[in-house]
Write a protein that binds this ligand. Structure first.
Ligand SMILES: CC(=O)SCCNC(=O)CCNC(=O)[C@H](O)C(C)(C)COP(=O)(O)OP(=O)(O)OC[C@H]1O[C@@H](n2cnc3c(N)ncnc32)[C@H](O)[C@@H]1OP(=O)(O)O
Length: 441
């Protein structure tokens, strides 16, 4: 028997995106689950691209960072409650804040290899509906009670419950080994890069200054507001629970206003620079992207916005390296992923019309830019960076951010109505980075 020939890779088109407006946690989506938000985003896409028919979508790939055990396969549970055909296979991925982009890459690779013709990928997260666990002591008692062979034995087991057992196990926005929050890690990285050279900073002498961070945040709000204003998100955002645009957006967020906010991270060092204004807020939301082969798109008369041309992941050893931060801080893996991806593609950052860096914190974006320059990449032209705003303005529902960025960038490339290339860089908890290239030939 002759072996199957290895398939030739095909181009993967980004057809469109759909997301709910992002909401600040404990706000309008406080009672919405990941599944409900993801279903709303998915149904938006199903409706817009007429995907109800059986087999229209080959697979749904999605994930959440904070996930209830009842959503053991959130993607499949979402399909079953959505307008997508119930016979659509679905599975979860999880790579912290890189989840949404990793879901896109996983789905795209199957399309590229001819294993499916179309897929939807994305993610959702809610810090409002975070899963609370029972603490270990109570878990032992409850399991003992469940195993009890008689009502008496069950009662004896339950009688062991003490008030202290009722303290819930709350998921923390902290690194499990260092016990430091993401913000504290970013503050340590900002210190490590504070004397870095950065050609394009508003404060060239001190690229990670408070002023430079606030400027980045104000720019993000200003550009997101302008993008809403000119209708960029008209076919990308579906209204949900009374919101029509991202709740965190403050068009009036000026550098002067941001300068008045008090620092919240890195307070154990002189001159802390990170505030609620130049950090992302805890956010609830969901986003998805429709991907397909060129043949699938052509058969439906759909014009691809752009193509997923490359992707890369990297991880830094922040555990054995510099645990608290340093050059290889927790959120610095894109400093390795992007140069590697560009080398493989034979491109430089100057070859990109648009660059999207997920804004976990302004300081982390600036440290990433400095690291790229240090590793020999050309300075990033700020006029091409996050041109429609990014996470500082939209907010950051962890697993949704990748799909938000892919859909926004694809739309921005299509808008230009000319050949173009866009770069995506996303840092993730766990010391990981997920990056990608979109292209419009
Ligand atoms: C890989 C990754 O992505 S890692 C990133 C993961 N995400 C995180 O770690 C989330 C980090 N963020 C947080 O933990 C929280 O949002 C914090 C600690 C930064 C801030 O929390 P809070 O103090 O609750 O923020 P809050 O929204 O109340 O803002 C504080 C103040 O700043 C003001 N403010 C916030 N943003 C702005 C802005 N853009 N412009 C003007 N004022 C602002 C608020 O109005 C508020 O003012 P008030 O005290 O007068 O009401």
């Amino acid at each position: 028997m002759s072996p199957l020939e290895p398939p030739t890779a095909r181009r993967v088109a980004v057809i469109g995106g759909s997301r709910v407006p992002f909401a600040r946690s404990d706000g309008p989506y406080a009672t919405a689950s990941n599944r409900e938000m993801l279903t709303a985003a998915l149904d938006g896409l199903v409706e817009r691209y007429d995907l109800q028919a059986p087999g229209a979508v080959g697979e749904f790939v999605a994930g959440a960072v904070l996930k209830h055990s009842r959503d053991f396969n959130l993607a499949r549970e979402t399909v079953l409650g959505s307008r997508l055909d119930a016979r659509t296979p679905a599975y979860d991925v999880q790579q912290a804040c890189g989840t949404g982009l990793q879901a896109v890459v996983a789905a795209a690779n199957k399309i590229a290899l001819g294993q499916t013709e179309s897929a939807v990928a994305g993610g959702a997260d809610t810090a409002s509906d975070a899963p609370l666990g029972v603490n270990d002591a109570l878990r032992k008692v409850l399991l003992e009670a469940r195993r009890a062979k008689s009502p008496g034995a069950r009662l004896r087991a339950l009688a062991k419950v003490r008030p202290g057992h009722l303290v819930p196990d709350v998921p923390r926005n902290a690194e499990p080994r260092t016990h430091l929050s993401m913000g504290e890690h970013a503050a340590a990285t900002a210190r490590a890069w504070s004397s870095a050279r950065l050609s394009t900073s508003v404060t060239p002498g001190a690229p990670l200054s408070r002023e430079a961070q606030d400027d980045l945040a104000a720019t993000s709000h200003r550009r997101l507001a302008a993008a809403y204003e000119r209708g960029l998100f008209q076919d990308l955002v579906v209204p949900f629970r009374g919101l029509v645009r991202d709740q965190n957006l403050r068009p009036d967020s000026t550098v002067e206003k941001l300068a008045a906010l008090k620092p919240v991270f890195g307070l154990d060092h002189p001159d802390p620079t990170m505030t609620a204004g130049n950090s992302t807020p805890l956010t609830d939301g969901a986003a998805v992207v429709l991907l397909a082969s060129e043949e699938w798109a052509a058969a439906r008369g759909l014009e691809p916005l752009a193509y997923l041309a490359a992707s890369e992941t990297a991880a830094v050893d922040f555990v054995h390296g510099d645990v608290a931060g340093g050059e290889d801080g927790l959120l610095m893996a894109p400093a390795y992923a992007v140069p590697r991806m560009l080398e493989r593609a034979g491109l430089g950052v100057e070859d990109f019309d648009l660059i999207e860096i997920h804004e976990a914190f302004a300081s982390q974006v600036l440290a990433t830019l400095a690291a790229w320059e240090k590793r020999g990449l050309a300075p990033v032209d700020r006029a091409r960076l996050n041109v429609a705003g990014s996470s500082l303005a939209t907010g950051h529902p962890f697993a949704a951010t990748g799909a938000r960025i892919v859909a926004t960038l694809a739309k921005l490339l299509a808008e230009r109505d000319a050949p173009g290339r866009g770069l995506i860089s996303i840092c993730a908890a766990g010391g990981q980075g997920v990056t990608a290239i979109l292209e419009r030939p």
